[in-house]
Design a binder for this molecule. Structure first.
Ligand code: ADP
Ligand code: ZN
Length: 830
């Protein structure tokens, strides 16, 4: 443990002042004076308690300042409030993470305290409470012995350990108020109690050093008549042992241990239990992952490993691995990380949320064992804290986790890897709205180490950087085991009308029949992001788009209108389709995996059908369903986006996409990109085993670029068409966006605020130039969790100009109860 090492700040003079980012939504850290009693305990990155008005709040030290430094900053020092307490002697956060937090706060316009809170493991933040303690007068009254019994009991209890006010019974609280009025108790002491703590275990050891054989014999001889004590001593002569393990065989040994502790011959030490949390279900680790034999790299893999290896220890180097699904990107990460570890450095690997984490984490554990710490939301708070502490103390050297793992407290980081870098789950959509991929790149840049982005379907942004030479592009086009890419067929739903219950067309139903007959598995994918209802013409597939924004219109049931969520354009649903002139064919259709799974089960009664979506499965439950698929206990898996992620199931030979259009018709300028990604990813689930795969995409728009490019595995074609379309309208990657998100319980207050902010933004944009203000407009999901949501879009090419306009909004007047948040580089329009 680093407790014994000299502290980095030993050499520097004791700080007279500190900046503290309090864990509250304040725009900047606050400066406090450091009372002498705390001066040698405060440390950068450590948690402290500080006064904020009348409140006491937790915070993290973001800077240590001498008197001179403070003076340089703000003229003659004025009276500053003193820090109240240092909560931890080992700072939770490293100086590097503190600096990163301040960068994030600046870039994403977020309160630094909120960023630091996001960096700390959930549940570990200390809570501040008033604690009742006995005063000197109270102690004297106790000693005097003249108190009524109930008062005496309470005073005695408080004298022993103090109690948080909240934990007293109502009767005790009334009594405490009386005692306080008499000056016998006071609510002064601050006590912090984190929700999640690391468990402790007892380790038994011999009290004295017994390397001399004669001393050993003497010890055993003393307990000649007590075989159980002898047994305990013999075990401990071999070395210290956890108490539980020592007495596991025979509970009666506990008595012997107690006697030996009492006689001072053995000692028990309480030690934090930092064993690695259990590896995910081994069925999910997949084929070819374990074993001692490393696979021989393909030529493309070897090139990637060599190129990246050449840049280790040589400064910041961003790589984009564009490798088709199943091309063995993970193997490249594993090899490069092995090199990084060999250099005495550590590694950070980000993967999309829960559904994928277990599988990839399993492969890392299989290769690197307990050196891997796993951080994802499927773990309990305590387990996450254990993993976090293992990283913080250097017991684990590889962090594998979802979005917030980008803040893993690793020192000596040698590489960062972002797998499936295009994935939307890397964007945090409330609180601090950061993008973990972009933060990882910045972290790598600040540290001067390589960063690998990997994907079969890179985000437009990343490929754009690679095209410009900002990232080094590594392309992998082959699967290692000569398994060809699956054959993809596009099924035109205007010709093959789907069954209204299970949405299966005749060709897809026949393909399922064939797969089941061969005892193969099938995945059916329903893209159902954000919406239950979508509107299109049943006859021709016509969907409604905004004439100004090139995004789909969203159906609003309350007004029975179609609305553009960027500019506010609205229209009624016509009786006659504008494309094919069919009357009455325009459908407002509801969709759900549950209904579809039931209908599929009815049609194929002998098949075992399972369903996977956010409603049935979060965290561990998703893992269990996926493990059943891996064990071939499921024949047909019906699901939403969760089935498209990088699972590697050799038994799956058929993938059916029920309706590609639902994704294309989302009111989002990224709808086409996301559909392309989903189709390519889900197609990549087929044919990973010995047998070739087959993919059927059902759609009303068989000529859409996203569908055609996915069917032909042609990323460059998709990129060319899509980046051109985006550039025309000033969307990223060519342009930049900031979304202003306005929400509140009172709809009218939200609308009023949105209108006012749009006006302010308009004025500021006119002054700046080069910034377009779109909206205000209701969000596609206008009412969510009891709050009305509106938005304003700021679009432009220059980051600084955009930011000036955005900042002006943060100080604008808002109606009571309305929240205004900036979303820099927004990912979702919903
Ligand atoms: P990706 O991450 O690119 O989708 P994976 O890393 O999951 O691809 O690899 C797909 C499969 O190929 C996995 O089962 C993996 O174990 C196997 N594999 C990877 N590299 C090799 C190799 N060089 N030789 C044989 N099998 C490999
Ligand atoms: Zn529009």
């Amino acid at each position: 443990m680093s407790r014994d090492e000299p502290r980095a700040d030993d050499a520097t003079p004791r700080p007279a002042f500190v900046d503290v980012a309090v864990l509250a939504p304040l725009a900047t850290p606050l400066t406090y004076s450091v009372p002498p009693r705390l001066a040698d305990r405060v440390a950068l990155g450590g948690r402290v308690l500080a006064p904020l008005g009348a409140r006491k709040v937790g915070g993290v030290v973001t800077r240590l300042l001498s008197v001179d430094e403070l003076r340089a900053r703000r003229g003659p020092p004025r009276e500053l409030a003193p820090l109240l307490e240092v909560v931890e002697d080992e700072p939770s956060l490293t100086p590097e993470l503190v600096a990163l937090a301040l960068w994030i706060a600046e870039y994403y316009e977020a309160p630094p305290g909120e960023v630091l809170r996001a960096q700390l493991p959930a549940g570990s933040a200390s809570q501040v409470r008033d604690v009742l303690t006995t005063t000197a007068a109270g102690a004297a009254a106790l000693a005097g012995g003249a108190l009524p019994r109930r008062q005496r009991d309470l005073l005695m209890a408080l004298a022993r350990r103090g109690a948080p006010l909240a934990r007293l019974t109502p009767a005790q609280r009334r009594l405490a108020v009386e005692l306080r009025a008499q000056g016998l108790v006071d609510a002064v002491e601050l006590r912090t109690t984190p929700r999640a703590t690391v468990r402790e275990v007892s380790i038994a050891r011999l009290a004295a050093d017994l390397s001399d054989p004669a001393a050993r014999d003497a010890l055993l001889e003393r307990h000649r008549r007590a075989p159980r004590r002898q047994q305990v001593l013999r075990a401990l002569l071999e070395g210290p042992r956890p108490l539980d393990e020592l007495v596991a065989a025979e509970p009666a040994l506990r008595v012997a241990v107690r006697a030996l502790v009492a006689s001072g011959e053995i000692a028990l030490d309480a030690v934090e239990d930092l064993g690695a949390v259990d590896a995910p279900d081994p069925a999910l680790a997949g084929g070819g992952a374990g074993g001692d034999q490393l696979p021989e790299l393909t030529a493309e893999q070897a090139v990637a490993v060599t190129e990246i290896g050449a840049r280790l220890g040589a400064g910041f180097a961003p790589f984009l691995i564009h490798g088709v699904t199943g091309s063995g990107k993970t193997e490249v990460y594993l090899r490069v990380i092995a090199e990084v570890l060999a250099r005495g450095q550590t590694a950070l690997v980000l993967v999309p949320e829960i559904s994928l984490t277990p599988q990839l984490a399993g492969r890392f554990r299989a290769r690197f064992g307990d050196a891997v710490a796993i951080l994802h939301s499927g773990l309990s708070e305590r387990d996450r804290l254990v993993e976090w502490q293992r990283l913080r103390r250097g017991l684990a050297t590889i962090a594998v986790g979802a979005r917030s793992a980008v803040f893993a407290p690793l020192e000596r980081l040698g590489i960062l890897v972002i797998d499936e870098e295009h994935d939307g789950s890397f964007k945090q959509d409330d609180g601090v709205r950061y993008h973990a991929r972009d933060v990882a790149l910045v972290r790598a840049q600040r540290l001067g180490v390589p960063c690998i982005l990997g994907s079969a379907t890179p985000s437009l942004e990343s490929y754009w950087h690679a095209q410009r030479g900002a990232y080094q592009l590594l392309t992998m086009t082959q699967r290692p085991t000569a398994r060809p890419m699956p054959e993809v067929e596009v099924i035109d739903l205007r010709t093959y009308r789907p069954d209204p219950d299970d949405l299966l067309s005749a060709p897809l139903a026949a393909a399922i029949e064939t797969a089941l007959a061969a005892s193969d598995q099938a995945i059916l994918f329903l893209n159902r992001r954000g919406f239950a209802t979508f509107v299109l013409c049943r006859a021709c597939g016509h969907a409604f788009r905004c004439p100004h924004c090139a995004v789909s219109l969203t159906y609003h049931q309350s007004s029975d209108r179609l609305l553009c969520h960027y500019c506010g354009f609205a229209q009624r649903i016509p009786e006659v389709c504008p494309t094919c002139a069919t009357r009455g064919a325009i459908d407002r259709r509801g969709l759900g995996t549950e209904k579809i799974a039931e209908a599929v089960a009815r049609r194929f009664p002998s098949a075992r059908v399972a369903r996977l979506d956010r409603d049935v499965a979060a965290g561990a439950k998703a893992e269990a369903i996926l493990a059943r698929v891996a064990r071939r206990q499921v024949d047909v898996l019906v699901g939403t986006q969760m089935v498209t992620k990088g699972h590697d199931f050799p038994g799956v030979t058929l993938v059916g996409v029920l309706c590609a259009d639902t994704g294309l018709n989302l009111p989002d300028f990224r709808a086409s990109e996301r559909t392309f990604q989903l189709l390519s990813q889900v197609a990549g689930r087929a044919g990973r085993g010995e047998r070739p795969g087959r993919v059927l995409i059902q759609t009303y728009r068989p000529t859409a670029t996203a569908v055609l490019a996915a069917a032909h595995h042609d990323y460059p074609k998709f990129y060319a068409a899509e980046s051109e379309a985006r550039a025309e309208l000033g969307y990223p990657p060519a342009g930049r966006l900031i979304a202003v998100r306005i929400d509140g319980a009172d709809g009218q207050a939200v609308v009023t605020t949105a209108a006012r902010l749009a006006q302010v933004a308009g004025g500021e944009a006119a002054a700046q130039g080069g910034v377009q203000v779109l909206g205000p407009v209701a969000a596609p999901l206008e009412r969510l969790r009891g709050r009305t949501r509106w938005q304003i879009w700021l679009r432009g090419e220059q980051r600084l100009a955009l930011r000036k306009v955005a900042r002006a909004l943060l100080t604008a007047e808002v109606e009571q109860g309305v929240r205004v948040g900036l979303d820099v580089d927004p990912v979702s329009a919903l």
